[in-house]
Design a protein around this ligand. Sequence first.
Ligand code: HEM
Length: 123
Amino acid sequence: MSYEAYKLIHIFGMYLLFFSLGGVALYSINGGKKSDNKFKAFVAIFHGVGLLLLLVAGFGLMKFRDISHSALPVWIILKIVIWLAFGGLLTLAYKNAKYAKILWFVFPIMGLFAAYLAFYQPS
Ligand code: HEM
């Protein structure tokens, strides 16, 4: 697969992830409970598939940048940490409207930081 194809998949994963994060955050802020969410299966699918595509395409992209999977640079490790946080924080947004309000602002900043790391590759 080409570099462009991996990037497209990486970005599509991002769209799926952010769709689920934004949807859940707004739903939770407005008092929604997970058990009443009529679309919860699709939220879970978008979140899970989005994360999976990001991870697989992220590791695929590394080979075009000559990054060895066994000696990861700091910026990649930070992206993996952000990826893990995106995995856990959906549940927090679902469970707690107060945290969901904070995460509404934190999620885009985390996305910005992940993109910054990819563009500048600081170390
Ligand atoms: C395990 C997690 C991740 C890994 C290993 C990873 C790895 C990479 C790599 C190797 C690139 C290519 C950099 C280049 O072209 O030189 C990239 C690009 C990018 N990543 Fe990730 N990434 C991960 C997670 C994320 C997450 C969670 C986001 C945002 C939510 C994200 C956003 C981006 C963006 C915006 C680009 C730039 C794409 C472009 O150049 O068009 N990544 N990532």
